[in-house]
Every structure is written in C-alpha cells, then in structure tokens.
Design a binder for this molecule. Sequence first.
Ligand code: C5P
Length: 466
Amino acid sequence: MASLTIRQLDDRLKKLLRLRAAKSGRSVEDEVRTILRAAADEGSDGALPEAAAPKMTRRADAAPQTKRVLLIIGGGIAAYKSLDLIRRLKERGLSVRCILTKAAEHFVTPLSAGALVGEKVFTDLFDPAGEFDVGHIRLAREADLIVVAPATADLMAKMANGHADDLATAVLLAASSKILLAPAMNPLMWSNKATQRNLAQLAADGVALVGPNEGEMAESGERGTGRMAEPLEIVAAAEKIFGATADKPLAGKHILITAGPTHEPIDPVRYIANRSSGKQGHAIAAAAAAAGADVTLISGPVNLPDPTGLKLIKVETAREMLNAVGHALPADIAIFAAAVADWRVANAGEQKIKKKAGEKTPELSLTENPDILSTIAHLTAKRPTLVIGFAAETENVIANAQSKLARKGCDWILANDVSPQTGIMGGDNNTVQLVTADGVERWPTQTKQDVAAMLVARIAAEISKS
Ligand code: C5P
C-alpha cells in the first residue's frame, strides 16, 4: 500500500490541513484520517468533505482521572529548575506535557525536557517537519492545568495583552483551564510598574500565582523578590488547584504493608535477625496514609517511633507476620517491604541454652519460613489487586529481581543493591529499580521518604487506570 507523507504535500494543502486541524482540535494526522474516513463512508467522488463537528479527544495514555498538566517553560535562568518540576509533577501521578519557548531553548534543551516528560516536547506553533503536529488548540484543550514556569516578564506582558505570536502564547490564549504562573525575573523587572500592571490584569483574569520568592538572584550580589518558587512549592500550588482529590489519590483503598526484620528465636533470650531498619517500609506506610489510604502496617521489631494515622501491628517472627497479614486481608494493595528471615531455628530452646564447660557447642538446625509475599501473591480468593515485593540483592540485581517477580507471582518488584558499600541497609537513602512485566525503571538515589512518595504516586497512577 502506498504511504502518504504530509511533509511532501504542497504548501497550500498543508496550510489548509493545519487550519482545519486547528479548527477541529485535532492533530494534522488525525484530520487526514477523519477526511479519509468520511470520504470512504460517504462513497465520496473525491471531494474533501467538511470537517465533522469538533470532538474532544483524550490522549490514549491518559486515564480519565489522571490530571493533565501542560508545563510552559519560559526563557530564564530558573528554567533548569523546571526540569526538576517535571519530575516532581510526574512523581505525583500527574501526566505532563511540555512546551518550550524559543528563549527557554537557550537554557534547557527539548531533548532534556523530553527525556523527563517521556514524550515529544512542543516548540513551534506550526511544525513544518512534524506530521504529528498536535496543534495549539488541542494542547490547550487537553490540559487540566497550565503551569508557566519560569514565567518571564515578557511572557506575562504578552499574556496580559492577549498576544499569540508563538506556540506558548497561542496555547495560553486558547486555554480554558486554570493557569498557574511561577514568575522569575530580576527584582527591578518584577517591581517595574509595567510588570505590576500586567500582574494586576492577570490576577483579574483569574490567573493563579506562586512566588516569586525573595532571595539571592542568579546575578552575583543581587538580592530581592524575583526568584522562581521551588519545584515542590509549585507542585503544592498545582495540587491545591486540583483540590482534595489530588491530595488523597489513595482515599478508600486498604493498603497492607510489611516492614522491618523478623526475629527468629534461638531460645527465649537469643534470636537470629538481619540488618533491616524498617525505615523504607515505615516511610511507605506514612506516604500511603498521607495519600488518604487506610493503612495496615505489620512491622517486625524496629527502633522507630510508632507511626500515627494508621493501624500498626507489631510482630516478631515470620510466622507471626504471615498470620497478621492473613488477618488483615482483604486489601487492595499489598507491599512487602519486610526483610523476612528465610529460616528459623527448628530446635529453638524452651529455656535459655546454657554454656557448660567441656560440653559440645550447640548446633542450630534451621528450617524454612513461609514466604509471605509468595503466599499472598498466589491467593485466588483474596489476592490484592496490586502485590508489590522488594528484592534486596548483593549481585545480579535485575536478573534476580526479574526471576523473583515470576517465581513469587507478584506484580511489581522494587529491586535494590544492598551490598555493604551502598549503605542502604539501615541508611537514609535508597536506590531502587522498579521491575514490572513491562520492563525496568531506574529511580534516582533519594531519601527513603522520596522513594515512598514516588511509589505511592506510581500506585495512584496505576489504580486510576482500572
Ligand atoms: O526471596 P527474598 O527474601 O529475596 O524476597 C524478598 C521479597 O519477598 C520481599 O518483598 C520480602 O518482604 C518478601 N518475603 C516474604 N517472606 C519471606 C521472604 C521474603 O514476604 N519469607
């Protein structure tokens, strides 16, 4: 079958197509499909039928509940922070699209922003090289919130006066969703009467504002008001606009989490243990509770304060942990972060084993503990919808995690290298890789709290699909 390349059509036809696409809110490619379909349906003699009534199309990858943020990066030194902002927005389960202004391209590249967004970054009002021109109307329509960060004095002036001479301003003019500005500029530009006039106009138009903050400017020795708000402040402002539902994406979900080590008695005073601190599991429990989940945390012995706002069940041994997990079911999601002892002492003493002069050193006979994760993942009746395990490895991390995923029957594995030199066991940071049936995703080295927040955001995004 012959292939059609839009780029090779003559300019008049291309222009016509783009105008039609913009009018109907479709990409140029979709517009061509619509025309061809309509022609086929009507048994057309070749004349191009009128475009059908504009139809709102959703991105296939965006579940209806996933909030869509369109981030417009303006041209300022603070643009580098917007790369982190993309990461922070995505961590919270938001879908992110990105536009770079021409000036922004002096500070960050479409390649770096695109790598973080995970899709093409938009830069041109009309993309002569692109057959998949999404169009400014569609970009504007397919956003629940438009964030402009950094919002330069120039962008604000254009917005206040309704200019639309590039992609960013055209989208802003076509927007019906809420707009959040994170201004960043030199303090003198910020305090200038023209900027303040534009700001007043934008506020009157219903545009929301976060920052600018006071502090050291990029120009050496300068201080004042004009620093862009930090990425997490911008995220908080965005979440506030989305309302409580974005704050509590796990509301109504029961999440069961195991954490910490288990202690396997040798006798009433001695036990076998491991170096797990329980920090990661407790952090996940706190993050899930903060996201509105009803959390049951089943924890082995740890030196951590008892968390509040959730149900805590303290256990010692692997068998007690399995028993507690069984009683806590049903759950929507189960996360097995505990470092469960693989073996227990089969011949544990009822009384303290005494050291007697001249007597043989006692031998410990070990027997296997139940595998809690595998048991729950293989349940038929009460299996949680999402079963997540951890794989703490000291070698062949991914290969071992992948075989564990299959062997244990869980849905996701968070794999980490716990070789002593990593400092992960007992430490405050963690470097994990998310292993699923779809592939492996490397997460940055970050605090255990940040790993927890990222996991909760991923879970929220996953359950919003179903
Ligand atoms: O087999 P391995 O111990 O490496 O598997 C680690 C994963 O399995 C972790 O999620 C851990 O919580 C879980 N596990 C378990 N019960 C066991 C052993 C491991 O739930 N007895």
